[in-house]
Design a protein around this ligand. Sequence first.
Ligand SMILES: Nc1ncnc2c1ncn2[C@@H]1O[C@H](COP(=O)(O)OP(=O)(O)OP(=O)(O)O)[C@@H](O)[C@H]1O
Ligand SMILES: [Zn+2]
Ligand SMILES: [Zn+2]
Length: 858
Amino acid sequence: MYAKVIVDVPAKQTNRAFDYFVPEAMRSWVAIGSRVGVPFGPRKVQGFVIDLHTRSDLDPSKVKPISEVMDLYPPLTPDLVQLAGWISRTYLCHEITALQAMIPGALKAKYERHVKAADDSLGGNGESGQFAMLLPEQREMIRYVRDKGSVQLESLLEKFGSDAALIKQLMAEGLLYEVQMIKDRMAAKKVLTVFPADNAELLKEAESQLPARAAKQKEVLRYLADHPAPIKLTELLHELGISAGTVKSLADKGLLTIKEVEVFRDPYAKRSFAKTRPLPLMPEQQQVYGRISRAVAAREHRVFLLHGVTGSGKTEVYLQSIQTCLDQGREAIVLVPEISLTPQMVERFKGRFGDQVAVLHSRLSHGERYDEWRKIMLRQVSVVIGARSAIFAPFTKIGLIIIDEEHESSYKQEESPKYHARDVAVARASQHDAVVVLGSATPSLESMHGTLAVSAAARRAATGGMPGGAPAITEAGAAAAADTALNERVPFELLTMHNRVEGRPLPPVHIIDMREELRTGNRSMFSRALYKAIEERLHKKEQTVLLLNRRGYSTFVMCRTCGYVAQCPHCDISLTFHQSSRAIRCHYCGYAERELTVCPSCGSEHIRHFGTGTQRVEEELGKLFPGIRVIRMDVDTTTEKGSHEKWLTMFRNRQADVLLGTQMVAKGLDFPHVTLVGALAADTVLNLPDFRAAERTFQLLTQVAGRAGRHELPGEVFVQTYAPEHYSIISASRHDYRSFIDKEMTLRKLHQYPPFHRLILITLSHEQIPLLMRTAESMAVRLKELAKESGLSQVEILGPVASPIARIKDRYRFQCMIKYRGEASISGLVKRAVASFEDVERQHKMTISVDVDPQVLM
Ligand SMILES: Nc1ncnc2c1ncn2[C@@H]1O[C@H](COP(=O)(O)OP(=O)(O)OP(=O)(O)O)[C@@H](O)[C@H]1O
Ligand SMILES: [Zn+2]
Ligand SMILES: [Zn+2]
């Protein structure tokens, strides 16, 4: 039997499967999705089996055998392996990178360098010849390595005073040689557990026969007869105040056994979740639930876009739809944005489905994540809730995939593989004939466009070709054929919930023109109206949420005398001030220096951090309302594990009057006493050079406004802005998604932006501008040539231009943008263009990165 293996060497030359022989003894363990260790050149590397064959096209004598199988059960399912191929072709990344993204960090291979001694290292006749010529220390080393079999290089260096030259010499002479070992980063956690003999009578009898001086042993036996369940060794010792020796001697007598048992690190072990029952649904919820659950029951691959206003009860619809899915014996995946993966959200799912739920998010430790993932592997759970990468949960019978807040840009991964979880979800659901629900109060333009694409898809199906009849450049062969099914997009079906639960009204939103405030002499960051509203809430003991959108509003450091702005010496961006460390820091490369007290340019002392940081808002609140209790949530206050949870619990328990924060306070929160929401600077995002600026502004304002008045108490919202006439702000203030989407769609179409045109961003970076510019120029030329050659008329190549952030870590950056229309896959074209620059990449250390459907254009 032969295996096709993708090896853990992310490079263009190795981005294909290699054939390996599967030795007889391993046959029952090797399957598609297995992790294996294989010889690769002089080294041993980890790889994934993506296919199995009875024969190989290569000369059998040249095919090397697999050296080890890493797991008892393959960590990837066959459908995930297929999906990885699709991801690598769709997002133009190495297949190994896609496969690695699907397993938890704990399973990523750790390569250890070990040293072994050559068989004849002691010389032909004992310790003579070559050996005798060595330094005493070197002889000592060889003996040591021989004794141990193999020694990790670092520990050898440590033991022998870290003189690498001595070891190098031994290697050069062939007396020692290096081998590579593959280790997991993390192992399953095991604890010693005591299993009493299962016959209580036997234990009692043994107890009575033991001599009186064995009092401790007698006590253990009595305890175990009364508590026949297995117990952790440490617990037993603690419970009875005895030593391990006592238990050991009972084990020797065969009255109990001590075994290592796997335990799961459970981040929620100490929490209990009150069991909840399905709520009777509101009429709109009932309708939507009916549509979804019928599709789930019919096992049809369908995609629903659920547009439900804030507080319309989308979560309850998700929960009941999942129940339908579980009732069929199938599994469900729920994706939520990282920042809204709050305890409150987890509680709702754990409360309904209890131990059937696994939770995957980045705040878990490596070990906790690994254990949650293993619960999925071992089929101990049937629901997983998690951030982006939870879409790769190794379930085998998926019936339903839910993406909450589907418009969130965090569903796009910014590093390779640069996949969009929404698109991956649709592809994965099609593999399982599963239903996808995309939920949001502010659906993205891309998804809304998906609901309009019905007729286009129907047309394409009829003609069997690509739009406009242009031939698509895709890859030849079986891979492309395998992708066709995953690329086939079903039209999205729009479901709408216009009303909040119990007919509660959406809160009135007041737009405050901050220019007007300034003209009439108010220089504070709070408008008079918002000030009054907060005062009123304090008086009535109701709560306030304040949003300060930090994006585009960095707390940069500026000299008020000469205008000097502190910049990173390695990147073209300004340094930002960090209160906790009193340092100024670069967000891109981590460069940091101490806070400035005098201007390095003019010597003035009037240099300070600028921009309205949450910190300054907190200070000002304290001045305006003495005694006010404020909880501040931003990157500085939420780095500590569990801090997020702590702040929100405090706020829910009404231990604070104001919750002040960045985007993280805008989503998902559901607190009954919040009656006021203030957005302090609504328009900061509008100034970013990003065609999605208006969409982001509308979404953020709608979401944060949605935090007010969700329960009995009516709410009210104030939006402070310098751009009160902007349509995104006006539409958000009227809760008018329709008018926003119409206007925005028209503009996108006019300017040929997504969702009407699609984008691929190619970024090149290098330390020297001339070479970079030349390469970027020829990249654009090459792309144009290829587009022309293949007769793709609807492809436009823009650039090259300097990237908005023109330098990062001392490397300059240029970009080319490809704009194209329709569903035509032009990935083959881009791949060929990039491939023709392989030599430049290698020789000159040029970096070329490709981002398909980019979310960030910097
Ligand atoms: N059928 C129902 N009957 C009574 N209360 C309900 C019902 N459905 C939902 N609720 C309650 O209404 C509130 C709002 O629901 P939920 O948080 O699910 O809204 P949502 O649509 O997810 O809102 P958002 O998009 O703002 O997060 C919650 O407190 C929820 O418990
Ligand atoms: Zn100055
Ligand atoms: Zn920097």
